[in-house]
Design a protein around this ligand. Sequence first.
Ligand SMILES: C[S@@+](CC[C@H](N)C(=O)[O-])C[C@H]1O[C@@H](n2cnc3c(N)ncnc32)[C@H](O)[C@@H]1O
Length: 470
Amino acid sequence: MARKKPQLVENVTITGIADAGMSVGRSPEGEVIFVQGAVPGDLVDVIVYKKRKKIKIASVKSFVKYSEERTDAFCQHFEECGGCKWQNLKYEAQTKFKHVIVSDAMKRIGKIADVEIEPVLGAKDVMYYRNKLEYAFAPYRWLTREEVANMGEIKQSPSAGFHISGSYNKILDIKQCHLQNDLNNDIRNFIKYFCIEHQLHFYNVDTHEGFIRNIVIRNTTLGQWMLIVSIAKNDAKKIKLLLEAVKNQFSFITSLYYVVNTKKNDFLLDLDFNLYNGQAYIVEQLGNVKYRIGPKSFFQTNSYQAKQLFDLVVEMADFSENDTVYDLYCGLGSIGLYVSEKVKSVVGIEEISAAIDDANINAAFNNITNCTFYAGDVKDILEDNFIEKHGKADVVITDPPRAGMHAKVVETLLALEAPKIVYVSCNPATQARDLLLLKEKYDVIRIKPVDMFPHTSHVENIALLKLRQS
Ligand SMILES: C[S@@+](CC[C@H](N)C(=O)[O-])C[C@H]1O[C@@H](n2cnc3c(N)ncnc32)[C@H](O)[C@@H]1O
């Protein structure tokens, strides 16, 4: 059977931003098309490569006119790498579109029409802002579009880089990544070429052969570095060969770990981490609080913006020294510890017990004695006995995962009637859904988006709610 010819649609005007680095446009006939490779304001001819129900997904064939919002991407890997899809948008345009994402969610889902959405708090640094990157190693590299298009003789080689979006075994070889302090590139490239030179083979996820699998690089604003090297075989000689070389080459690494992963998946948190050199943790400081970060600890990945975010929480909550604060979905207690000096007590709840261990370690590390942390699901822990034990909250800070709060937690908050709720979210859609429910008893007072991840479509959003006086 003859294959259908791909459909060409000419003069599509790109009008907005969609998910996953896509944009949305309209054909001259008014048909809506999702387009890859364009930005709002572009006028493009596109090839439709997928049709799902009434939705068409297309890629740009040629540009008729370039958008004024456009800029040149600074990274050589931009076309192939899934990491920074918005790099070809001017930064002011990025924050403008993030504002649109939040405004749309608040209006459409939250039915919030009467609260001005404040301008996005932009990032000071739009490059080198991450404090953690993870690279995978593979015996082959993902071929760039240019190489495939040229169809010349292709030279294969091992790769160290990022997974191609949605793929477990395709690795884009990264030469330079601008997301973390440039030393991250030195570390990755050194390990790559050292392993090639000494025949420490790159792990093949299909055959499960090879030695080096992943590296995780973390750093802090205090100049401390942690490197975790994940290898597939507990071969003491090879481990020593590699890690001694890394240790000698990068004397600034504060904490050098390795982990032996003989499993088929790349998940490391259920494995033992072996400290090879240096101290067991690195230290980050936000405001007056120092955080010890171990190899298994979660920490906000943009330290500078995390501080901006926490300062906004403090500003919105407007704490009093007698306040009891509930810090729901508290992770390693980063927000609770940050605000603890301003209030009487903080009670944190988090389902990952290792994070609660970190929260307790960090409280002790800072001589903070007014914080108590509990491990468990917020929906199970936050109930009558708990509230009776800790006293009614004056302020609730809630920072749930992308799925938002469980309906039972929203119900409990409505019954709890804390005078203020500060709701931090990484997903404005689920946040808007929860705000709609909370509006039964609360007024939404302020909404302020924060950009934690320049060049991506992610946006963090903070909402302040006050209990309505009846
Ligand atoms: C967006 S993070 C917030 C982390 C923390 N506020 C911080 O700034 O580091 C959401 C946290 O909620 C936790 N979590 C997810 N579902 C949960 C649940 N049902 N009950 C308790 N904690 C949960 C996750 O493990 C994660 O640490």
